[in-house]
Design a binder for this molecule. Sequence first.
Ligand SMILES: [Zn+2]
Length: 80
Amino acid sequence: MLDIKLKSVVICPQCGYKKEEQMPTDACQYFYECGSCKEILRPTGTDCCVFCSYGSIPCPPIQKNSDCCSSPDIEQIKSI
Ligand SMILES: [Zn+2]
């Protein structure tokens, strides 16, 4: 069994604020508002979600080594 982690510590690149967040298993989170400076974070580069860009742990689809977000394989993730 794969050990999928559903919590990731998001670190704001603006102010360095850290917060542990629950990640959705059935969708990626594209926007994230920093709890401290209210900066709206977006994924950088080719990353699919804010957890991949700023989190301590990438999002569940990436942990499963599958294509993220737009992939129809999202059904599989729900079975966890
Ligand atoms: Zn911030």
